[in-house]
Design a binder for this molecule. Sequence first.
Ligand SMILES: [Zn+2]
Length: 281
Amino acid sequence: MPELPEVEVIRRGLAPEVVGRRFLRVAVGEKSLRRQSPAGELRRLLEGRRITGLRRRGKYLLFELEDGASLLVHLGMTGRLLLIRGPSLALPHTHVTFRLEGGLELVFQDVRRFGQVLAFPPGVTPAPLSQVGQEPFSRTVTPAWLAAQTRGRSRAIKNFLLDGRVLAGIGNIYACEILFAAGIHPATPVAALNLKDWSRILKETRRILKAAICKGGTTVSDYLNSRGETGLFQLELMVYGRAGEPCRRCGAAIVRIVQGGRSTFFCPHCQKSPAFVTLHK
Ligand SMILES: [Zn+2]
């Protein structure tokens, strides 16, 4: 599932190609995504309008248009946004095709259809963005700010990192990698973390997200960038998807547990929990 780095890689690939161009025509497939504006609305709000900016918020891409309208795209679990030169190739699982000036086509493919393609009229802030938390690179986010967000809650640090209403864009892969790098057991209750722990978590969050963006993202199943290429960060994963394999740092076997219905991977030797906390797994 694409997370912040993958969406940022797509944004960086697309922006120089699409900003400044107009949407000429929007074509929708037979099967709609689970959240998709009606075809008529996409056409009415996009066709003929020039793209003035392409931003990312969390895992969302926001195309800003000259009249103040906008197009919000979320890749869901298996979504791909491919930029193709020349006539459309009729790719399978294509849900929306945006024809742009300059002979370009922006194609949204999604096998599982959890993606979102939503158009918003001028002056309307896309509602889904109100649920998006702070960007991990934002100056607002400090160790003290993170600690303050946990007040009154006793959940595990892994689930806290996955909560997109606090920190935007971190999914299962990067949450596991961040906690390994910070040396923190994923089941540690957030209440047990001190400012030094938060400082380490934040530092590693930024370092890992940055490194993943530089490597073109992580491809473990479906993710491709806008040119149809896989990422390379999967080669650098320390724990994610490595249950039973030796830790690259200490040689202990990587363990898989389930937290909040999602797999968590960690090294029981490198990732310690505070001594006074009893962990079930
Ligand atoms: Zn280890």
